[in-house]
Design a binder for this molecule. Structure first.
Ligand SMILES: Nc1ncnc2c1ncn2[C@@H]1O[C@H](COP(=O)(O)OP(=O)(O)OP(=O)(O)O)[C@@H](O)[C@H]1O
Length: 243
């Protein structure tokens, strides 16, 4: 992955990705010509039907695809947090040890780490299981662990893959509140989701991916203009543009 830490990028976009093409086999591209820009404080939603290429776009950005031609520039200190849809954890490490490991990876100072970790444990209602192994957690609790790891180190950019499935309403509210705090600090967020009513409510802009290409992008009004209908919900625009 090529991360350019461009001083001027912090005054402009905090995340700028251009994927010329990417895929799982040499010579066979799954996604083509996708450009995503996120400005400081913005929340940009990646939406699209099953199999459209949303996860492939995120995997490409993270440098996980071997066959990919792309460029990515992250502003600020160039730090990003990836919050995966499927929790990834070590079976023999407690919740606190996972947070500690993430803090080490981000080279956080001990005092800063402890203060933030304690705050996140309380905010996500996970304080009572801090010394437990995630194998004993419910699906939602594991997902909360991923969120806490993501929020630990105040990154410049959040890349979040489908956060809403599995979170209860309280956890969803806590997550969105934390995200708002981070956006006020200037962080940018790129989030893929199928939960279009929530996306319509919280996202500043959208990138609609269909069949591996960017089918529409912009604010809801701009997406409505592409769909040719001024009053529609995001869901209805999605329907028109992907059928
Ligand atoms: N590991 C893989 N190897 C080969 N092909 C893959 C792999 N993962 C995804 N694909 C293919 O890439 C295309 C895009 O898949 P992707 O997972 O990016 O879609 P998505 O938009 O995230 O879908 P969903 O909403 O179902 O999560 C699909 O045709 C899929 O079959």
């Amino acid at each position: 992955m090529k991360i350019e830490m461009d001083e001027s990028a912090s005054k402009q976009s905090i995340l700028d990705v251009h994927i010329a093409e990417a895929g799982y086999e040499a010579g066979k591209s799954t996604i083509q010509n996708i450009r995503i820009q996120v400005y400081p404080g913005e929340l940009v939603g990646i939406i699209g039907p099953n199999g459209a290429g949303k996860s492939t776009t995120i995997k490409t950005m993270l440098g996980l695809l071997e066959h990919a031609e792309f460029e990515i520039a992250i502003g600020g200190e160039g730090r990003y947090a990836y919050i995966p849809e499927q929790p990834v954890f070590y079976e023999y490490m407690t919740l606190w040890e996972h947070l500690d490991l993430a803090a080490a990876a981000y080279e956080m100072e001990e005092r800063e780490f402890v203060a933030r970790a304690e705050e996140l444990l309380v905010r996500f209602g996970m304080d009572h299981v801090r010394d437990d192994l995630p194998g004993s957690f419910s699906k939602g609790m594991r997902q909360k662990m991923m969120l806490m790891i993501g929020f630990l180190a105040s990154p410049d950019v959040y890349i979040v893959d489908e956060p809403f499935i599995g979170l209860d309403p309280r956890a969803t509210k806590d997550f969105l509140q934390l995200l708002d705090e981070e956006r006020r600090r200037g962080a940018g967020v790129l989030m893929s989701t199928h939960v279009l009513d929530t996306a319509e409510r919280i996202c500043d802009r959208f990138v609609l991916i269909a069949a591996g290409r960017s089918a529409a992008e912009g604010t809801l009004d701009e997406i409505r203009a592409v769909a040719g209908q001024p009053e529609l919900s995001l869901f209805d625009c999605f329907d028109i543009l992907t059928s």
